[in-house]
Design a protein around this ligand. Structure first.
Ligand code: 3H9
Length: 692
């Protein structure tokens, strides 16, 4: 075996050269890999004894894309035209042998080869759009020539992978070979190419599918309509459409140029930087500074849930989906029946939409056991309490649970705000107590705040983080404080939103600014959805806030058909003249001189205090890193991924700007805007929140 460079080897099997790429973990198309690829192929091409070349990858996958960490930095590797010239333009047939995931630049590199073989489990795709990019090495020009324009648009715009069967049907791969026998299969295919004198097939020369789409602009209109909602606020998808359109409208080389330029233009955009940052941030959350990756975890074979309400039911579904049996406990038969019925209805609806079979529904329901007493949880390895948000009730439950749960069972609370150490203190196993804060709807939202108590044992944390991954959540480790990371920051925004509507804005104005910024809804639409009467009681209500007055007026949110907004029977939303009048009267009574408030001020008032709170959270060690806070906001509250999260946003616009505005606001509006010492420090030291 001859090394071409540190990550590529060239061997010979008779007259077939085998170029093996070995660059763990995912063989990303780094400068080294590009150089090795180009050098290896050129060496093989120059060897008179070689008649065909197989390119294959070692490890778990074929090339999974360009090396994302190299973007935006000067590169010393072979350029795209050089790679293309060596592969597609080379004199000898090249066969790509594919296993794992051929994604992005990896898939594009395979499309530069003359033939492709794959194992049935291989996956193909262009995930660039998820990084705020488009394929930049010919993907938008070559794939439509094989799959047709509509299929290529779907692949490029959705970013979702497709499987080997699909790839075969489209001619993206020329043959499937037995699982585990990729090398042999690829060699056999190469033999056939040599023996039957198969030509150097270049995808660039295939035009049938392109010709078929010419003169059909409606294909693009349809896709534009389909994706406009999904990509509200995103930029790259328009470029992706234009690039695929160029495959139809322009000669191949011109299409390549257009694609390349669009790709290069997207690299430095704030959106793509944010999305690439999020890619790595999502992977960092699992790393815990003082808990080694290989910490032994406890087996979780059965989970108990206390409370069959919306939260308890949604939480249960996560485990049922992962094949883990659940016992769900309620105090009254009626509530239990209602909870079970809702779980079944949710599954039935999913089945009706074709996203699950009826058999899948039954398998899941069969894993669910109901109970009316905590004793039913005695054999559970993990018990999650999702009862009413009240410290006394929770303490009572935990005290009883501690006696019932088997030794070594983990006791978790789904509290959103309460002090977990206080809850843990009533048990004899505070080291086995922690928070598992799911977000509503718990079977849908990806975020799980894993709340580490003062005494929570490391294997317990490792177990729950591991479990989070298993049930498809993104687990973020946070510390005990009021509202943990997400709700603690949310509180800042909600407070300012309430102040803004007294000072001069209307709820729909505040909501519009937040919506336009990219969140799925503003603070008032969110309150209407959640219900304004959470924590409100008729007996103690004193008309002292706008929310109280709304509740007194029986405008308690969407469920009553009215809240900050008016809703019709189809839940269509309209600003409410009644609310507008009430706000004006309330402000007048309070002696507030309303003023015109700009959109900029609304945004800054809602978001800067959140950033400031994030800095305090970091300072107190309640989150491990700034990027974890961003992941909380993206996955728990719908912060737009193209803005990278509040902390990324702060670094992007400049922490100095945030600090300066906070100081101004502090001067006019007081302590709510007092800058966090860490924010001051970061600015003084000219650092960012992310390099702390
Ligand atoms: C592109 O190709 C542009 C071209 O069109 C233009 C070319 C000129 N780069 O996800 P995992 C790391 S854009 C750098 O946990 P899995 C990852 O950070 C690219 N690093 O494993 C992690 O590191 P760590 C288009 C990468 O088995 C480790 O590898 N391609 C890259 O769950 C393991 O990753 C994509 O967007 C990369 N491209 O999933 C594909 N990929 O261990 C992105 C991974 O230090 N990758 N790493 O935390 C993926 O979707 C998944 O990683 C994959 C494996 C499905 C491959």
């Amino acid at each position: 075996m001859a090394a071409v460079n540190a990550v590529t080897d060239l061997t010979r099997e008779g007259d077939i050269a085998v170029l093996t790429i070995n660059s763990p973990p995912v063989n990303a198309l780094s400068a080294d890999v590009r150089n090795g690829l180009r050098g290896g192929v050129e060496q093989a091409a120059a060897d008179a004894a070689v008649k065909a070349i197989v390119v294959i990858c070692a490890g778990r996958t074929f090339i999974a894309g360009a090396d994302i960490s190299e973007f935006g930095r000067p590169s010393k590797g072979a350029t795209l035209p050089e790679l293309q010239a060596a592969l597609e333009g080379g004199p000898k047939p090249i066969i790509a042998a594919i296993h794992g995931t051929a994604l992005g630049g990896g898939f594009e590199m395979a499309l530069m080869c003359h033939y492709r073989v794959a194992v049935p489990s291989a996956k193909f795709g262009f995930p660039e759009i998820k990084l705020g990019l488009i394929p930049g090495a010919g993907g938008t020009q070559r794939l439509p020539r094989l799959s047709g324009v509509e299929n290529a648009l779907e692949a490029v715009l959705s970013g979702n992978p497709f499987d080997a069967k699909q790839a075969l049907a489209w001619g993206v791969v020329d043959a499937l070979v037995d699982e585990g026998k990729l090398r042999e299969g690829a060699l056999a295919f190469a033999r056939k190419v040599i023996d039957t004198h198969m030509p150097l097939r270049k995808i660039r020369d295939l035009n049938d599918k392109i010709d078929a789409a010419r003169g059909h602009p409606e294909i693009f209109d349809k896709v534009r309509r389909d994706y406009a909602r999904k990509y509200r606020g995103f930029e790259a998808w328009q470029s992706a459409m234009s690039a695929v359109k160029a495959a139809v409208d322009l000669p191949f080389d011109d299409g390549m140029k257009l694609e390349r330029q669009a790709f290069l233009d997207l690299i430095p955009t704030a959106q793509s930087r944010a999305q690439r940052y999020v890619f790595f941030a999502e992977r960092k959350v699992w790393k815990i500074a003082d808990i080694a990756d290989d910490t032994e975890t406890l087996p979780i074979k059965k989970v108990g849930i206390i409370g069959a309400g919306t939260m308890g039911g949604g939480i249960s579904m996560n485990f049922l989906n992962a094949g883990i049996p659940v016992t769900i406990v309620e105090t009254a038969q009626e509530a239990l029946d209602r909870g079970l019925k809702i779980i079944r209805r949710n599954y039935d609806n999913t089945a009706k939409k074709g996203r699950m079979t009826q058999a899948d529904v039954e398998t899941r329901m069969a894993l669910l056991g109901p109970g009316l007493k905590l004793e039913a949880l005695a054999d559970c390895d993990l018990i999650i309490e999702a009862v009413f948000e009240n410290m006394d009730i929770k303490k009572d439950v935990f005290q009883k649970l501690d006696k019932i749960a088997k030794p070594g069972a983990i006791l978790a609370t789904n509290t959103s705000y309460l002090n977990i150490d206080e809850i843990a203190s009533v048990t004899a196993r505070p080291d086995y107590v922690l928070g598992m804060h799911f977000f509503s709807p718990a079977n849908v939202m990806r975020l799980l705040e894993v709340v580490r108590g003062e005494k929570t044992a490391k294997p317990v944390i490792a177990t729950v983080m591991h479990l989070a991954r298993k049930i498809g959540k993104i687990g973020v480790l946070v510390g005990v404080c009021h509202g943990f990371v997400g709700n603690r920051m949310l509180h800042q925004r909600q407070r300012e939103a309430q102040k803004l509507i007294l000072e001069g804005a209307m709820p729909w104005e505040v909501d519009r600014v937040i919506y336009d910024f990219g969140l799925p809804m503003g603070p008032f639409a969110m309150s209407d959805l959640a219900g304004l009467d959470i924590g409100w009681s008729k007996e103690t209500s004193k008309s002292s806030t706008i929310r109280e007055i709304l509740c007194e007026m029986d405008r308690r949110g969407q469920k009553t058909g009215a809240g900050f907004y008016d809703y019709d029977e189809n839940r269509n939303v309209k600003p409410s003249p009644v609310v507008e009048k009430m706000i004006l009267e309330f402000a007048a009574k309070k002696g507030i001189n309303r003023r015109r408030i700009t959109d900029d001020e609304i945004l800054e008032r809602c978001i800067y205090p959140m950033i400031n709170e994030g800095a305090k959270i970091l300072e107190e060690g309640k989150a491990q890193r700034a990027s974890d806070i961003d992941i909380v906001w993206i996955n728990g509250y719908g912060w737009p991924v193209y803005r990278g999260g509040p902390m990324f946003y702060a670094d992007l616009i400049g922490t100095d700007k945030v600090l300066a505005r906070m100081k101004e606001f502090e001067g006019t509006m007081g302590a709510d805007f007092k800058p966090a010492p860490l924010l001051e420090k970061v600015v003084a030291e000219k650092r960012t929140l992310h390099d702390l």
